[in-house]
Design a protein around this ligand. Structure first.
Ligand code: FPP
Length: 238
C-alpha cells in the first residue's frame, strides 16, 4: 500500500503542496455584466497560469477544488456549462500542461460525471508520468464522501478492524500517496472550507482573500507564499 507522506516543507522552502478553492468566477462575470459561464471560462484558464507559476517556484503538488458533491444543487444550465468547459480544457490545455511535466490526478468519483468528462479525466491520469508536479483536480469531490469511501474500503479489507489506523485511512483517500496540503488558499472572500480536504487539512495553513479566482495572479500567489513563509507551524509541538 502507498504510505501517506508527511509534510515535507522546511523553513524557508516553498510549501510542497498548495490547494486552492476555485471561488468567485460567477461574481467576477456578473460584476462585468457577463453571464456566469464567462467567469467560469476565465477561471479555468487561470488554472494553467497558476500551476506553471507554482511549478517554477518549486512547489510539487497543486490541488484545485473545481466542483463539489454539493455543486449539483446549482442550476442545470450552469452545471452542464461547467462540464462542457472542462471537456474543452482537457482537449485544448491539459495536453500542453502534460507536455510541460504536469501530471494529472482526479480526486472524486467519476460515476456521476458526463461520460466524456469522466473519460478525459481517466485518460489524463492514466497517461501522466512521474510526480515532478502533480495537479490534482477535485471534481465531484466532497471531503465527507471521501472519508466515507475510505472507511468502507479499509473496513472491507480489514479483518475485525484491528488494523484500521490513521495511516490506513490516509492510504484509502482519493489523495493516497500525496502529502497533505501545507497551504489552502481560498479566494472569493468566504472564510470556510466547504467540505474540502477535511482529513488532509488537519495541519494546513489557511489563507483567505477577497480577490476573486479569475483575478488571482502571480502577484497574489507570491503574497500567499510569503504569508505562508511567515507562519510558524508547530504540528502540536512547541
Ligand atoms: C466551494 O465553495 C467551491 C468549489 C467547490 C468550487 C466551485 C467552482 C465551480 C462550481 C466552478 C468551476 C468551473 C469550472 C469551469 C471548473 P461552494 O460555493 O461550493 O460552497 P459554499 O456555498 O459553502 O461557498
Amino acid at each position: 500500500m502507498t504510505r501517506q507522506k508527511e509534510p515535507v516543507r522546511k523553513e524557508g522552502n516553498p510549501p510542497a503542496h498548495v490547494a486552492f478553492v476555485m471561488d468567485g468566477n460567477g461574481r467576477w462575470a456578473t460584476s462585468r455584466g457577463l453571464p456566469r459561464l464567462a467567469g467560469h471560462r476565465e477561471g479555468i484558464a487561470n488554472v494553467e497560469k497558476i500551476a506553471i507559476a507554482l511549478k517554477k517556484r518549486g512547489v510539487r503538488y497543486m490541488t484545485i477544488y473545481m466542483f463539489s458533491t454539493e455543486n449539483w444543487k446549482r442550476p442545470k444550465e450552469e452545471v452542464d456549462g461547467i462540464f462542457d468547459l472542462l471537456v474543452e480544457w482537457f482537449r485544448d490545455t491539459v495536453p500542453c500542461l502534460m507536455a510541460q511535466g504536469v501530471s494529472i490526478r482526479h480526486y472524486g468519483k467519476p460515476d456521476r460525471l458526463p461520460s466524456g468528462l469522466a473519460e478525459a479525466l481517466h485518460e489524463a491520469a492514466a497517461t501522466s508520468r512521474g510526480d515532478d508536479f502533480v495537479l490534482g483536480l477535485a471534481i465531484d469531490y466532497g471531503g465527507r464522501a471521501e472519508i466515507v469511501d475510505a472507511i468502507r474500503s479499509v473496513v472491507s479489507a480489514s479483518h475485525g478492524g484491528e488494523h484500521i489506523d490513521e495511516s490506513a485511512i490516509a492510504d484509502a483517500l482519493y489523495t493516497s500517496g500525496v502529502p497533505d496540503p501545507d497551504l489552502i488558499v481560498r479566494p472569493g472572500g468566504e472564510l470556510r472550507l466547504s467540505n474540502y480536504m477535511l482529513w488532509q487539512a488537519a495541519y494546513a495553513e489557511l489563507y483567505f482573500i477577497p480577490v476573486l479566482w479569475p483575478d488571482f495572479d502571480e502577484l497574489e500567489l507570491d503574497r500567499a507564499l510569503k504569508a505562508f513563509d511567515e507562519r510558524h507551524r508547530r504540528f502540536g509541538g512547541l
